[in-house]
Design a protein around this ligand. Sequence first.
Ligand SMILES: [Zn+2]
Ligand SMILES: [Zn+2]
Ligand SMILES: [Zn+2]
Length: 157
Amino acid sequence: MTVQIPAVLYDVHECLSWYEVPRRLPATAAAGEACVWCTRPADATAVELAPSAALRRLACQRCYSARLAWYLTWADWHTHYTVCTACRQRQTCYVGHGRRLLHERTAQAIGKKPECVVCPAPLLPTELVGPVKWEGTTRHSIGYAHLRCLTGRASTR
Ligand SMILES: [Zn+2]
Ligand SMILES: [Zn+2]
Ligand SMILES: [Zn+2]
């Protein structure tokens, strides 16, 4: 038996399944017998990732919830960013910064080092940074950019 995902989280679930699963999997994970992230043998609580083919992909609860937190904190930050005047005008915003810090903590927990999708250099704590969506085919579709690197409105949507 595998855990069912609530419908409201399905978009997130698909996104994690498509963009976050490593391209090269060890045999056990490729066979659907181990977690795709930590490669520990799957048990009854494993989450079944969105099937992209006949391939079964499993994640353990721990890895899955860590990535869920990573995604949802980004979404919170992005939601704020798109409606906040201070953030859009590239001014210091404590709410935006707080959401960024929260998100960065979840990124760190899963070994991600966020970098700018434009330049691309690491994001320093002293730099103003915004969350951006981008269309990547090989990597995840959520990212970040230095506010100074963003030109025009389109790139921040
Ligand atoms: Zn795992
Ligand atoms: Zn703001
Ligand atoms: Zn940059």
